[in-house]
Design a protein around this ligand. Structure first.
Ligand SMILES: [Zn+2]
Length: 367
């Protein structure tokens, strides 16, 4: 596969995962609104069975390269499926060849639904024939360092220009949304109470998917611990002071695009400096008519690397490493980190989602 194709796929996936600014309501607004479809008094048993502190580095080392099955993307579908099985063992199950009528198309079972790999799209049986409607589910390269705009080639710049255009983004095919809906167990707002939990991050109340709850709690603990570390305390205290606004779960309706932000599933959090003059999100910069593709990294508001590394250690990808950067954004996507050779620690997810009662406005709660 040519470098150009890989780069193209990389950019496409990044646009897809980047924020789409559409009509959105916070869960809090929706919960306070009587018309919101939140089910009261729902209790749920904990179905999660992950071992405490499972460090899967050893398992990942056993993953073999297999490029034969993939049309698009950096990573083979068989490796993506393996990593999904590792990352969500309570949700994702293998499908034996004997139960796969479409073999050699690979298949994976997510909450009882079988998804087949059709040219890099993960689709249920009824959508197989429609595969061309969808973008590939394959996983992008996630680098160790922030991509440096200073070393972009002319062709990379022109490709990014093309992909950042409004018309391009509007036309762009979505990935099949049913895969994420199955993975996160949320196909509508009424599923919120089965998956979304209250939590706190850096002194603010947030709503987070149960997958990410314990990991985020540990992230907070370790970031706070850095404030006692002589090597990091200055930068981390500065980050905690500046990053005074935290957003998490937003159920976004889709306008002009079928791509859905991972905030809709409660697996993403934004930590940002309100009213910052610095660059945090490429699209805001573009809307200000700034030639953001060429701007140096120094114009951005970035959390310190020590903080980013803590998030990554517990399975959160940081949007600041995307070419289409979003420096406030962290999302729980251990599969991306693992495929890119990061060592991810999974925590025992003992937390059980609870009914959210009278939530305080998440931006106003102080520690
Ligand atoms: Zn975000």
């Amino acid at each position: 596969m040519s470098k150009y194709i890989i780069y193209l796929i990389l950019l496409v996936s990044q646009v897809l995962f980047a924020e789409t600014i559409v009509e959105s309501k916070s869960a809090i607004e929706l919960i306070e609104n009587p018309s919101a479809q939140i089910v009261d008094n729902t209790t749920n048993t904990n179905i999660l069975e992950i071992d405490t502190n499972t460090n899967i580095l050893n398992i990942v080392e056993k993953i073999e390269e297999d490029e034969s099955s993939v049309e698009d993307g950096e990573f083979s579908v068989s490796n993506i499926f393996r990593v999904l099985l590792l990352s969500y063992p309570h949700i994702v199950k293998p499908v034996p060849q004997s139960e796969n009528p479409y073999y050699p198309d690979q298949a994976i079972n997510v909450r009882g639904i079988t998804f087949y790999n059709v040219n890099g799209r993960f689709l249920p049986e009824e959508e197989r024939k429609n595969w061309k409607k969808y973008n590939s589910n394959t996983i992008y390269t996630y680098p160790r360092e922030i991509p440096d705009p200073a070393i972009r080639t002319k062709s990379e710049i022109s490709l990014m220009k093309k992909q950042s255009a409004k018309s391009y983004r509007r036309r762009k095919k979505p990935t099949y949304y049913g895969f994420h809906q199955a993975l996160y167990g949320m196909s509508s707002l009424s599923d919120t109470n089965t998956q979304i939990m209250k939590a706190r991050l850096f002194g603010k109340q947030i709503l987070i998917h149960q997958f990410a709850h314990d990991s985020l709690k540990q992230v907070e603990k370790e970031v706070y611990a850095l404030t006692n570390d002589d090597k990091y305390k200055v930068e981390v205290k500065k980050f905690l002071k500046e990053g005074n606004t935290v957003y998490s779960f937003f159920w976004r309706t889709i306008a002009g695009s079928k791509s859905r932000s991972l905030h809709s599933y409660g697996v993403a959090v934004d930590v940002l400096e309100e009213n910052s003059k610095k660059a945090m999100y490429w699209l805001w910069r573009q809307n200000q008519k700034i030639d953001w593709i060429k701007e140096p990294i120094s114009v951005r508001w970035n959390p310190p690397n020590s903080v980013v590394q803590v998030f990554e250690k517990y399975g959160f990808v940081w949007g600041g490493k995307w070419n289409f950067y979003d420096t406030m954004h962290f999302e729980y996507k251990p599969e991306i980190l693992i495929l890119n050779g990061y060592d991810v620690i999974f925590l025992n997810q003992e937390a059980i989602p609870v009914v959210i009662e009278n939530p305080t406005n998440q931006t106003e709660v102080q520690n």
